[in-house]
Structures are given as C-alpha cells and as structure tokens.
Design a protein around this ligand. Structure first.
Ligand code: NAD
Ligand code: DAU
Length: 361
C-alpha cells in the first residue's frame, strides 16, 4: 500500500458509489486528504457518510461542477493532485424525462473539471513535490455507453461506443472528452466502465432498493415490459475496490471494464429477491411475488448489458469478493437494519442533514 501523501478530489462522494469510495479511501489511506465535492442533488445524501464525517483526512465541499468559475477557484485553492470523477445525473428514467440536466452535469460538468485540472497540472505550476508523477483524472463511467447486446457476447474495452439513452449518451460524451484531453493536451487520464451496482446506500429509485423498499411496505413492484431485460450486477464494494486498484495501478490513458459476470433477467432477479424478502420478513413463501406488477416498458429500453472484465482481473488481479446471492442477501439485511436511513430518504428528511450538521460547526 502506498504511503505517498496525496490531495485527492472525489466528485459525487455523497451519492451511492461515491460514498463507498470516499469511506474506503478515508479509512484505508489516512495519509491522503480526501476532498468530497458534491452539490447534494436529490441523489446526494451526507447521511451516507456519517461514520467518517469527522475524520481528520476528510473534507466535504458543497458545490456544483457545472459552475466553471467555482471549479477553477476550487482547484486553485486546494491544488488537488488527482481527481476521481463520479458526480453525475445517474438515473436512466430521469434522463428520458429531463435530458438537459444530464447534458449540463455529465458533459459540461466533466469539461469544467478537465479544464481546471489541465490548467493546474501544467508543468511547473504545482508545488507538490511528488505530484507530477501522481496527477490523474479518473473518469468513472458505465457499461451503458457500449449500447445493448443481444443474447450473445460481451462488452470489452474495445467495443465501439453506441449509447442509446440520454443518460448513456451524456456519459459517452464525457468519456470521449476525457480521452480527448488525454490525447490532445497530455492530461493523465484513465476511464473505467462498470456494470450495474447494488448494495447499501443506493437511492430507492433504482431497481433493487426500490423493490426492497416496496416489498417491505407491501407496495407494488413495477416490472418494465416483460421483465426480460438483462443486467450484469456487481456489489458496490467490489466496484470501489476495483476503482482503488485502477487509481493506483492502472495504466494511464487506458480503459478498464469492471463487472462480475452476474447476468440476470430482471424478473429472475426480482423473484430471487422476493424469496429472500419472504424469508427475512417471516412472510409465507410467495407473498412478495404477489406484489409484482407489469408496467409500460421504459422508452428505448436496452435489452442486455454484459461486461467482460478479464482485463482488470488478468492485469491488476481484481475479482469480485462476493457472489450475487451473498451480495443480495447482505444488501437486503442492510436495508432492513437501516430503516431510519430509508425513512429519511423517502420522507426527504435527508436533505436537511447538511444544514443541521455543517452549519452548526
Ligand atoms: P448517484 O446518483 O447515487 O450519485 C451522484 C452524486 O453526484 C450525488 O451525490 C449528486 O449529489 C452528485 N451530483 C450530481 N450533480 C452534481 C453537480 N452538478 N455537481 C456536484 N455534484 C453533483 O450515482 P451513483 O449511482 O453513485 O453513480 C456514480 C457514478 O458512477 C456516476 O458517474 C455513474 O454514471 C457511474 N456509474 C454508476 C453505476 C451504477 O450502477 N449506479 C454503474 C456504473 C457507473
Ligand atoms: O449499467 C450501469 C448502469 O446501471 C448505471 O450506469 C446507471 O447509473 C444505473 O442507474 C443503472 O442503470 P439501469 O437503467 O440498468 O438501472 P435501473 O435500476 O434503473 O434498472 C435496472 C433494470 O430494471 C432495467 O432493465 C430497468 C428495470 N426496472 C427498473 C426500475 C427502476 C424495472 O423493471 N422497474 C423499475 O421500477
């Protein structure tokens, strides 16, 4: 493990994946300063980071990546030597309703960060003794940029981009810009593309936490179309372990696919979840499945995603630590044990946490 001091900007650290990444880095690398920049949109929740918010190597910065002047000042002030960029609008259904939010945050926001990093990391501009070799702009991206598969084959790092929703098109644009800044300006960049994450602290608009929450409250669980679409699932902590590896050992300028070879049709996944929920809630077998409700399909619904993650396994030695069955059971346990978190998220109370905790200091 490296003991070099670093001053790292993680964007979107109050979101689902970002909060797991911030926690991992704060705990694992006490000699790093971890700056969490997040605008606290509906998806940002500082309650996700309660356990580490007073750590001496952690700093929360509330701010918007679409505000170029603010971003430039922030880089000038804190002189970050690396960026791990996760801040984004992340929900496909919302991108179908309001594409512009995705264009601003995911594309313009990314370019603002690239410009600020490019300016700060010009040769000779930074004072940090070790930073020139450590500069890195790490773009955390998605497998959705590769498009949709039929029933055969996998996405590899060389699969051409073919995004098909406003969300995936905005992420694809951002990835292209990151690589373009690497190619044109020599900015040290790396990109990883990951499959569907699940686990603790995921906002209950995404399939798994939505279904857990609805089953828990005896509400209908909406299944889009026939439930035959296939997603490839990865436990979030395995994703952040992969990000950690790529950040420290990945080859600059390269791309790494991250996924757990865990394909499930939505209906198979939900049926599996229903039986776990029946068991954990002590309900008769088959009760949760009665809540499934087939609804109108998502517009442009991609049929199948499947990631070939052999490169990161072969080159960096990463592999998932949990099977899908283990991860799903652990996730259900977490949601059932954290009713207060879920209650704050569903009532909107979590949006007051920043004022309550940070303005009293
Ligand atoms: P999320 O929606 O849970 O979190 C996004 C975070 O970004 C939130 O905390 C939000 O407040 C913040 N944010 C949004 N707009 C901002 C802005 N303008 N300025 C500053 N902060 C802003 O998302 P997530 O699921 O944790 O995904 C994180 C990243 O990982 C995204 O870039 C996403 O594309 C990518 N990704 C997600 C998955 C997945 O399955 N969830 C899979 C692969 C890649
Ligand atoms: O593949 C990675 C992507 O996974 C990430 O880049 C995105 O940020 C993340 O949101 C996720 O996108 P999906 O659209 O695949 O996730 P979602 O949980 O919204 O949906 C998963 C599948 O379940 C999808 O086929 C749509 C379906 N679905 C979803 C919801 C919310 C339903 O059938 N019913 C639902 O209510």
């Amino acid at each position: 493990m490296s003991d070099i001091q670093r001053n790292i900007l993680i964007t979107g650290g109050a979101g689902f994946i970002g909060s797991h990444l911030v926690r991992r880095f704060v705990k694992r690398y006490p000699h790093y300063i971890i700056n969490n920049l997040d605008n606290l949109t509906y998806a940002g929740n500082l309650e996700n980071l309660r356990d580490i918010e007073t750590a001496s190597n952690y700093r929360f910065i509330k701010g918007d990546i679409t505000d170029a002047a603010f971003i430039n000042q922030l880089f000038e002030k804190h002189r970050f030597d690396a960026v791990i960029h996760l801040a984004a609008e992340s929900h496909v259904d919302r991108s179908i309703v309001s594409p512009m939010d995705f264009i601003f945050t995911n594309i313009v926001g990314t370019v603002n960060l690239l410009n600020a990093a490019k300016t700060l990391w010009q040769p000779g501009k930074t004072e940090h003794a070790t930073s020139e070799i450590n500069h890195l702009f790490y773009q955390v991206s998605t497998d959705e940029v590769y498009g949709s598969l039929d029933h055969g084959g996998y996405f590899t790092e060389t699969t051409p981009y073919d995004p098909r929703s406003p969300y995936s098109a905005s992420k694809a644009s951002a990835d292209h810009l990151v690589r373009a800044y690497g190619h044109t300006y020599g900015l040290p960049v790396v990109v990883s593309n990951c499959s569907n994450n699940y686990g603790a602290y995921q906002f209950p608009e995404k399939l798994i936490p939505l279904a857990i929450n609805n089953i828990r409250s005896n509400k209908a669980v909406p299944i889009y179309g026939k439930g035959e679409n296939i997603r490839d699932w990865l436990w979030v902590e395995d994703h952040v372990a992969a990000i950690d590896l790529v950040f420290h050992n990945g080859k600059r300028g390269d791309t790494y696919n991250i996924g757990g070879f865990n394909e499930r049709t939505n209906i198979d996944l939900i049926m599996q979840l229903c039986s776990i929920m029946d068991e954990k809630l002590g309900r008769p077998a088959g009760s949760s499945a009665k809540l499934l409700t087939y609804v109108k399909d998502r517009a442009g619904h991609d049929l199948r995603y499947a990631i070939d993650s052999s490169r990161i396994t072969n080159e960096l030695g990463w592999k998932p630590s949990l099977t899908f069955e283990e991860g799903l059971a652990k996730t259900v346990d977490w949601y059932l044990a954290n009713e207060e978190w879920l209650q704050h998220v569903t009532s909107g109370d979590y949006q007051h946490y920043y004022e309550q905790q940070y303005h009293k200091r």
